[in-house]
Design a protein around this ligand. Structure first.
Ligand SMILES: Nc1ncnc2c1ncn2[C@@H]1O[C@H](COP(=O)(O)OP(=O)(O)OP(=O)(O)O)[C@@H](O)[C@H]1O
Ligand SMILES: [Mg+2]
Length: 560
């Protein structure tokens, strides 16, 4: 009770200690206590040894773990260093690649810069050349313009009709020829009478003259043969339709006679040799508006005199409505420029297919060997040189066009390209770029229409008045000596009537006027007396005006 009281007062029970002390006393007084103590000591020692063994074991485990940890760390380090070296390697490679690319880029930049500077230099050189040429052309133009203006003024003050000129010239020529002929006949006749009285004299004279003539011609032909034999080796390219260049031995042998026939009898004189004469003749028989005439004369002048200027050839583009004289001018320019000329047609290239490229190269190779230079005239150029991008042109055509562009990329001293087209806007851009001079041909104005009417009427609808014209007819058609030739005559057709017609055919092209005159000729020919009267002309004209209107209508519908 007391203990429970004291526990209740302090919260601690001292009876436990008392019991322990009592138990210890009892144990101390027990005989086994010593043994028990020793036993417990031994137990303690065993426990201690176990504990030490355990500690050692733990130590070993710790060492093993440490070792494992270190190995893992080492492996990780190896792995990391491997990764690092791979990464470094990759970086080095990328850096090297980058350096290579930088180097290549640098080289490309340098190359481009070099090219640009060369192109700039080339452009400057061309500009200088062109500028010099322009200056010369301007000077020539001014000179020709003032000369032409003076001429036009002079013509205006008198009666400005080519017809009058031609008629006067023809009369003059006939009179002179007649006089010369009569005088010669009188002088020579008396001398010859005695000599030719004897037949053997006559025969030997004829033989001698023939031999001299042939001897002269063969000497000329032989000379030409030797210089042209090398050219003949090359052969005429199949694309060339017509050329002045002799390429076969037969042609070379034939040429002196053909030339004599063409130049002496057909043209009535030898080919002009002076440049001014050549320039004048270029527009002979071509009637064009005054502005264009001055333009063309300037152009012809610069081409004919090119050698004096040491200038490269310039490429031309002639464009305008059909039948306005483009082909006529180009042919005449070619013939009078002192160069060889070759005429080809754009439409001939398409059907060649794959062979187009080879044939074009042959053509340019052939042109490049000409000493005089070749004027390559491509008629109907739009049939071949159409845009590569927008048009659906075949692969072969595109290749042919590329071949042509390649061969005409730089200014040439061997050939000039003259293109004629009705639709120049259809041509490839690169072709536009290669053209140095663009010339527009328009339909004839009233004055030119009048000149054409007179020109073609004189040619087709009036009887041959001059001896030369008669001779030409005989040479062209020797049968006329035996079977009489029907010549058309005109009755009641005066200047006033023709002037009225010239007004009415406004809008006609040169070709339409030419066809009109041919139609008059045919209409008269079908009459028994072969006479062309104003009534007959009127009837044919009405018909042709209707046809012209119809053509215009069709053209309108094609455009819209
Ligand atoms: N200005 C002209 N002066 C004299 N005749 C001309 C003229 N223009 C055309 N002609 C006559 O018309 C014909 C055809 O002319 P040309 O072949 O030169 O025309 P083009 O302009 O080339 O036509 P296309 O564009 O159809 O090829 C000539 O042979 C000629 O008789
Ligand atoms: Mg033509």
């Amino acid at each position: 009770m007391a203990s429970s009281k004291s526990q209740g007062a302090y919260g601690f029970d001292p009876s436990g200690l008392e019991r322990a002390a009592k138990a210890a006393k009892e144990l101390d007084s027990s005989p086994n206590s010593k043994n028990a103590f020793e036993l417990s000591l031994k137990q303690e020692e065993v426990k201690k040894t176990e504990m030490e063994a355990r500690i050692k074991e733990l130590d070993i485990q710790r060492v093993a773990i440490d070792h494992q940890e270190r190995r893992k760390t080492l492996e990780k380090e190896v792995e990391m260093s491997k990764q690092k070296s791979l990464f470094d390697d990759k970086l080095a490679k990328e850096r090297y690649q980058q350096q290579l690319e930088d180097h290549a880029r640098m080289q490309e930049m340098n190359r481009r810069r070099d090219e640009e500077s060369i192109a700039k230099q080339e452009q400057m050189r061309r500009q200088t050349l062109e500028y010099e040429h322009q200056l010369r052309v301007e000077a020539d133009k001014k000179r020709i313009l003032s000369r032409e203006q003076a001429k036009i003024e002079r013509l205006r003050s008198t009666k400005d009709l080519r017809y009058e000129e031609i008629k006067l010239k023809e009369d003059e020529r006939r009179r002179t020829l007649k006089e010369v002929w009569t005088t010669n006949m009188e002088v020579v006749g008396t001398g010859l009478k005695g000599y030719l009285g004897n037949f053997s004299n006559l025969a030997s004279l004829a033989g001698g003259l023939t031999l001299a003539f042939f001897g002269f011609q063969f000497a000329k032909a032989a000379g030409r043969l030797s210089t042209s034999i090398i050219e003949a080796r090359l052969g005429k390219p199949s694309l060339v339709r017509e050329t002045s260049r002799k390429t076969s031995v037969t042609e070379l042998l034939k040429s002196p006679f053909v030339k004599i026939y063409e130049q002496t009898l057909v043209k009535g004189r030898f080919m002009p040799t002076t440049t001014t004469q050549r320039e004048k003749d270029i527009l002979e028989g071509i009637f064009i508006n005054p502005d264009l005439e001055v333009n063309l004369k300037t152009l012809a002048h610069s081409i004919v005199n090119r050698k004096k200027h040491y200038a490269p050839f310039r490429n031309l583009l002639l464009y305008g409505p059909p039948g306005t004289g483009k082909t006529m001018f180009a042919k005449s320019l070619a013939k009078h420029s002192g160069m060889d000329f070759a005429i080809l047609t754009g439409g001939d290239i398409g059907p060649l297919g794959k062979d187009g490229v080879t044939e074009l190269h042959r053509l340019f190779d052939w042109a490049s060997t000409s000493k005089k230079g070749v004027l390559l005239f491509m008629d109907e150029a739009d049939a071949f040189l159409r845009k590569r991008t927008t048009e659906k042109i075949s692969e072969d055509m595109r290749n042919s066009l590329n071949a042509l562009l390649y061969r005409t990329g730089s200014a040439s001293y061997n050939f000039m390209l003259v293109l004629a087209s009705n639709t120049p806007d259809q041509l490839d851009r690169a072709i536009h770029d290669r053209v140095d001079e663009i010339v527009k041909f328009d339909r004839p104005e009233e004055k030119q229409r009048l000149q054409m009417l007179y020109h073609y009427l004189l040619q087709y609808c009036s009887p041959s008045s001059s001896i030369r014209k008669k001779l030409i007819n005989v040479i062209r058609d020797p049968r006329t000596l035996v079977f009489k030739r029907t010549e058309i005559g005109m009755k009641g057709v005066d200047d006033e009537f023709i002037e009225k017609i010239a007004k009415r055919i406004d809008g006609f092209s040169g070709r339409e006027i030419y066809k009109l005159v041919i139609a008059w000729h045919d209409a008269a020919f079908n009459k028994q007396n072969a006479i062309l009267t104003p009534e007959l002309m009127e009837a044919v004209l009405e018909n042709h005006i209707d046809q012209h209107k119809q053509r215009e209508e069709w053209n309108k519908t094609i455009i819209t």
